[in-house]
Design a protein around this ligand. Sequence first.
Ligand SMILES: [Zn+2]
Length: 124
Amino acid sequence: MSEGSHVSSGMPSSLKIRQQPYEIKFCSCGLRAPLISSWTDSNPGRRFFGCANYGTSKHCGYFCWFDPRVCPRGMEVGLYWTKRNKELQKENDALKRTVRRLKCIVGASLVAVTVMGAFFIRIF
Ligand SMILES: [Zn+2]
């Protein structure tokens, strides 16, 4: 009778293919290539697929841009954020150094208190 009725009914949700936010790429190592953000001045924030073994001796050198070339305005914005990111990283490093120094001081104080405590216990 009516042929259109079954077409309009949606696919059961279990049969729907879950879409990846981006296509999956594999590097020459046969591993899934991770999507990485570039933070160079020439390509700020531009994403690319790299080798999953990057940074190791097994690195195959696979490289493929994911984002299209950035327009001049995008470059400007990207450069700003790259600069800001570097500033924040510097600040973060400085804070980490301060925390390490404070931990040293706290550690030294604890040792001093323990030694003094032991000293007083011996006296009284
Ligand atoms: Zn690889």
